[in-house]
Design a protein around this ligand. Sequence first.
Ligand code: NAP
Length: 266
Amino acid sequence: MTIRVCLAGATGWAGSALSRGIFAAPDMELVAGISRSQAGKVLGDVLGVEGFAAPIFATIAEGLETKPDVVVEYTKPDVAKANTLSALRGGAHVVVGTSGLGEGDYREIDQVAQEARRGVLAVGNFALTAVLLQKFAEIAARYIPHWEIIDYAHAGKVDAPSGTARELAERLSRVRESQLDVPLETMQGPKESRGVRLNGSQVHSVRLPGYVISVDAIFGMPDQKLVIRHESGTSAEPYVSGALLAIRKVSGLVGVHRGLDRVMEF
Ligand SMILES: NC(=O)c1ccc[n+]([C@@H]2O[C@H](COP(=O)([O-])OP(=O)(O)OC[C@H]3O[C@@H](n4cnc5c(N)ncnc54)[C@H](OP(=O)(O)O)[C@@H]3O)[C@@H](O)[C@H]2O)c1
């Protein structure tokens, strides 16, 4: 069976690598790409891929008219929730790659997904080394009560913390909350200097030219520490195979699920 995919953000930095990946996948068809600036063209002309005739539309509503099985959301945080809800109400399963959605957004999306009996797989980082970081950090949190998360990205990234850091904090909260020896209420100096308390983890976001996306999970114990670091390079290639796996697996889910390892075997 061919999986019919609509990709919102098909011409972006991450989306264009995924568009090529879907085009090359024998079990998928890209039936619609969404981009306001390239609407009316075909993806092959925009990406320079011969024979790639997927039409580009300006809105998700137009994309849904092509009856996709799966919508991939890879645009911007301010439109990601509305696109996801429209896709679910239009009968599609959704893979969310866009970062910036919070816990409240996902609760709302989960309600709509449950009613529609559709799956949503939200993955803050599709790269295998980031997925492994999350797994290893979960194990470390079982043994080490003190940790903090630092997320690094390029200066122009509009959302903070990154999707990777949010997902990591959410997952560690299921193990326990990180211990703070000096509670934020009693500390001296600006509280912002300790980062944000997110789902029981202190999270710090660095935004500087020279960085792409990386994250450190730092676990500290008396006279010893463990630093688990994921670093990505400058291309969007690391995200393609994970996103293809999510597209293949999301139709087996109902409601919101976070993290690629939900559909991986360990
Ligand atoms: N989960 C992961 O592994 C992963 C990996 C990389 C990136 N990301 C996240 O994915 C998102 C996209 O990143 P990016 O670097 O690819 O961004 P980007 O290069 O700016 O691309 C954004 C894409 O979305 C389209 N778009 C933006 N606003 C739109 C709207 N209102 N309606 C329709 N299309 C719209 C853009 O086309 P037009 O401007 O022509 O509309 C473009 O195709 C970010 O949130 C990023 O953090 C996640």
